[in-house]
Design a binder for this molecule. Sequence first.
Ligand code: IPE
Ligand code: IPE
Ligand code: MG
Length: 866
Amino acid sequence: MSWWWRCLRTAVRHAVLEQARNRLALALVVFFVPLWLWLAYRVLPDTPVRFFLRAAGHPVSTGANTVTQLSGALHSIALIVGFMMFLATSRSTEFDRRLVTAGFPKVCLLLAKNTVLLLSAVLTGSYATVWLCFFWRPERLDVMVAAFAGGALTYGGAGILLAAVLRSELAGMFLVIMVSFVDLGLQNPVANPAADSPLLRGLPAYGAMQSAVSASTGTLTPWHQLLLSGCWAVALAMAGPLVLTLRGGRWRGTLTLLKRPGGATGTGRNAAWRLRHPVLSLIYRRAGITDPALVTGYEACRRLVRSSGPMEIAFTQLISARVRPLFWAMYGYVRVIDDLSDDTGDGDQDRAARVSAFSLALEADLRQGRSSDPVRGALVHAVWTWNLSSEGLASANAVFRMDAARQTEFANWDEWHTYWDTLAFPFDVSRPTALLGAPGLFLAPRDAEALRRWNHAFNLIDCLGDLHQDAENGCIKLPATVLGQYGVTAEDLRLKQPGAQFATMVHALAGQAREWLGQAASIGAQHPPVAVAFRTLVELQHLELRRIERNPQALLDGRRPPHPVRFQYTLLRGRLRVARAWQRHRPTGSVTTAVLPAPRPAAADHGPRTSQALLPPAPHPGGAVPPALSGRRMPQHVAIIMDGNGRWAEAQGQVRSAGHHAGQHALRDVIYGALEIGLPCLSVYAFSTENWARPAADIETVLSVVSSGLDMNTEELWRRDVQLRWSGSTDDGRLPAELVDRIHRTTRATRERTGLILNVCLNYGGRHELAHAARALARQAAHGGLDPDRITPRHLARHLYQPDLPDVDLLIRTSGEQRTSNFLPWQSTCAEYLFLDPLWPDIDRTHLWAAISTYATRDRRLGTTK
Ligand code: IPE
Ligand code: IPE
Ligand code: MG
């Protein structure tokens, strides 16, 4: 029973949220109903008109304005509730179908819809009755509410029915308007002198209108009319779901597939957990987590998140449901290890030893691909599933060990930043797309810095909140320079006597956090759901900062929960906005398509020898400017097969090498164009594995053009903010060692650049790349680190030459050839193709912009329907 009850509660919550999103309907109820009542009251005379009251069995005399108020109020309520139910049902049909397919009981969805209908009808009915009392007092308020609610229920039911049979929202709305217009128009004696015709008794709102007039004039209860209205409401409310069920297609559930826990479904052990919580089970199933042991681990992590601070919970609620398990697993690991290092019962040595044991076990588990510990098991699974690199794990674990030994101290802000950067990015979560659940989204690399700033602000606020606990532990997580500047010591804080300057220090730190939050404002600018989620988080953090500033001394009494109403209101508003943003920006592609290198400490070879300022791209010689495109329409990754150099040279009466040199200029202009339009990633095909079959002279020219280009351009690339990557076979020994060395030097030198990723495909062959990935997987399987039966496309994608680049959105080939010549086959499976006639040396940035504009007009369904 409790399972059904939980399903119902979840379904009702979703149905209510769905209605709450319909702001137009809410505004209509709030403003239109009183406006209409006022207009009818003021404009129409109160001349008596005759109304045949069936409950009394004789006509009664009532004012024209009164009866018009009643029919108008009924009309507006009926229309608004009909409209709300129609929209909510038609928009949620697809989601409901998926829920039913996943085993959600259909009857709960139907009950939820009817509960919301009943709730909306009673609320709007009561609201209209309250307004009516401002003009005159009905004899029977209860009957008036019931009459209005009856009309609303009838038309709400009609809304559900119409949503079941009609696909077009316009047609549905039009029908609701027309039917209610005829229905209520005919029953108003002011508009229709023959309103007492027995023929009208068959109209849906007849019972409601009769009851309303009865409530206004007499004290008797019009049972028959109320019952009639109720019958219409029930019949219509039941007819919609019935039609949906009979039509099958849209709601044909797979109830046979999934039954209650423990039911004899024959689906094995998985059924047991799957049905414990309907929405959770859906989340796990969509993430491909079906093993009960894994679910147990993820659930343990999820509970750790729920028992954490409100900000962490808010974060989980704002990110897409599809990546929540990833966040749970990562947070679970951090919490467990943090709890181990915070444990006050042990001595420093013991604590450090336990943290060390846990982190070493995790590193071993990651190598093996499995773990016996539930939390670590979930994390290992998450790292594999979401294709995360655990490069930073060892450093993060070292930091935790330091924490456990109470050795964490920050001399200055630099050390403080490095500490939080190390902890924030142990699993390459600098890939915000994976973290925020924006698959297919490629956040501009420049967002990495903003994300870092946000992380700093988050941790600074957290440190202030933890001041009391940290003081107890004797380990204040603030830079010593700051504490020194304000004369604050850990001991004073522990004794809660922090000195006169403590409040000033807290204000200064809050100001610093605010500044960082301001720098994080641009996160996700290209992806509205991410941007909205971050805006909400930032708003919540500002609330927290205001609270801290109001009473700095309270920080020493322990962590306080945030203001319940303001915090929850801001969060709820944010969640609704995020949900709406996701509706408009449906995800495309896979979660693995993310790129953002984790911030690395600055090193000597991170830039050219001189520390020059960055330059904007050189302008187009003809003054052309890029077209304005919405971020949503921008491809994230464009790949170009630069073909036609030879033919261009021949057409000019020159040797082929001249074509390759001219091609080099074309490429430079296209790179500027990519920078100007804000393209995050550009791949270019420079030399294929098949090109080794060319005459030696041609090969030599191409390679020397690349080599000299690299030599000349390292600084240029750096200054124009371009990050160079190389895709191609490294191990066949065919490329000159000197060239390979040059490429490595340039990639190293530009790896901090964030304006554009230029992926040069040199000695590249798609089949070689796939074979290379297959070899890596085979090696892992042979060492027992990978179960061959669990290999998925994600596993293979991890071993591509540049695994963190997004899939190709647009693939362009020049020179009129219409083939892909072994170029990025894995990455281009869902790409749009564009074949251009000009030869590569004739191409410039305007061609790239035109191609991107064409791409923006294409309808990318990616396997789905419209
Ligand atoms: C493309 O131009 C450049 C490389 C293959 C390096 P081509 O050399 O293929 O020129 P065409 O196709 O012969 O004109
Ligand atoms: C594709 O051009 C390879 C590069 C542009 C580097 P090719 O000219 O070599 O390809 P095919 O021979 O026409 O397929
Ligand atoms: Mg060619």
